[in-house]
Design a protein around this ligand. Sequence first.
Ligand SMILES: *Cc1c(COP(=O)(O)O)cnc(C)c1O
Length: 422
Amino acid sequence: MTRSSAFPVATLTQGSSGLQLEAVALADIAARFGTPTYVYSRAALEMAWQNWAKALVGRDTLVCYAVKANSNLGILNVFARLGAGFDIVSGGELSRVLAAGGAADKVVFSGVGKSRAEMQQALRAGVRCFNLESPAELDRIESVAAEIGVRAPIAFRVNPDVDPKTHPYISTGLRDNKFGVAFDEALALYRKAAASRHVKISGIACHIGSQLLDPAPMAEAAAKIRGLVEKLESEGITLEHIDLGGGLGIRYDDEQPPGMSDYTAPLLAAMEGRKEQLCFEPGRSLVGNAGLLLTQVEYLKHSPTKNFAIVDAAMNDLARPALYNAYHEMVAVKPGTATAQSYEIVGPICESGDFLGHDRQLALAEGDLIAILSAGAYGMAMSSNYNTRGRCAEVMVDGDKMHLVRQRESIESLYALESVLP
Ligand SMILES: *Cc1c(COP(=O)(O)O)cnc(C)c1O
C-alpha cells in the first residue's frame, strides 16, 4: 500500500503538544470538552470551498452544499457566509439552512419521498428548485402549488444510467435503483410539466453516486444530459440551470481522487457553449477532510490472536466502518512510549460489527487519545443513540480558537420524550 505520509486533513499538523488542528492542540479540546468529540477546521472547510470556486471560475455556476453530509449549523453558517447554495433532502434540512443564515433562493430540494408538508414548507420559503424524482411527485407538487397559489420551480432528476464504479450502497445513477426518473421517461415528463399551470420548469438534475474516484462516468452522464437538454430546447422547453449533482470522492486511505479541475474540466467541456447556469451538489468533498473524530482509549485487551483497543467512540458515533466497511485513518494524538502493534479499534457497543478499524499499527496505552481522520462527512450526520449513548459534542476550530458548535447530548435528553404507562 502506498499510503501518503501527509494527513488527508489539510490543517492537521504535528505540534509540540501532539497533533493540532490549525493552532489548537487536540489534547486541549479533549481536556475541555471530553471525548468522543467531532472536531472541524474552519480553514479546511474554506479551503475545500475555494477549491470548488477556483475550478469553476469564469462560468456561471452555483455550488449547493449537500447538507446531509454534515448538517451542523456551524458548518452550514461557514458555507452560507461564503455565498453557498444548499442541496437539501428534507424539510428539517431546510429549517437548518434557514436557521444557519442560508438563502432559500439558493436551495435545491432533492429526495425521492418529499411529503406534502415538506413541499408546502419549501414553497412558502421560496426555494430555488424542486428536483423531482417520479411522475407521482410531479402530480403532488402541482396540487400543493395550486393550493398555495404559486408556481413551483421544478427540475427532473434524470437517471443517466452510467456506472459510477463506487460502493453499491452509494451508487445512485444506474437504471434499476430508486433514484431519479429513467432517461427515456424524462422527455414525456418535461412535456407534461410544460403544459402545467402550477409548475415552472427551472432545470434538469442528475447525481450518479458518491465517493467517485474516476471522473469519466460523470463526464459521460453530463454528455447524456446535454443531449437531453438540446432535445428539450428543440421542443421549445428551455432551462435556467443544469445541475450535475455531487459525488466527488476524497482520500481516506490511498485512494487517488481526481484533482478538483480534473473532475470539473470534463464537465465544463461537456457543457461548452450552453448558457444555462451550472449547479453542483458536493457534500463529502467539502466537509469530509475538514473533520476528525477524537476518541480516547478506555481499555487495551489482548486475546490469543488479536489485540483490541476499546475506545469511547463507537458505531453509533461513526457508522461508516460498520455500514460500508469504510476505512478511516487513525493517528495517536501524542506519540506514546509503548511499542506499536496491530490493534483492532473497537467501540463499547454490544455488536461484533462495532469496529472502527482493523489491524492498525499504533502505540497505545490506556487513556491515550486517537484522532480518526476524514470523519467530517457522513460521520455525525449518520450517528444515532444506539445503546443509549448521547451523541458526540462537536467543536469547530478557527485559528487558535475552539468553538463548541454542538453540546454533547445529556443522558436525560435521550429519554425526555418518552413516558411510562399511567
Ligand atoms: C448525497 C447527495 C449529494 C452529495 O453527495 P456527496 O457524495 O457527498 O458529494 C448530492 N446530491 C444528491 C441528490 C445526493 O443525494
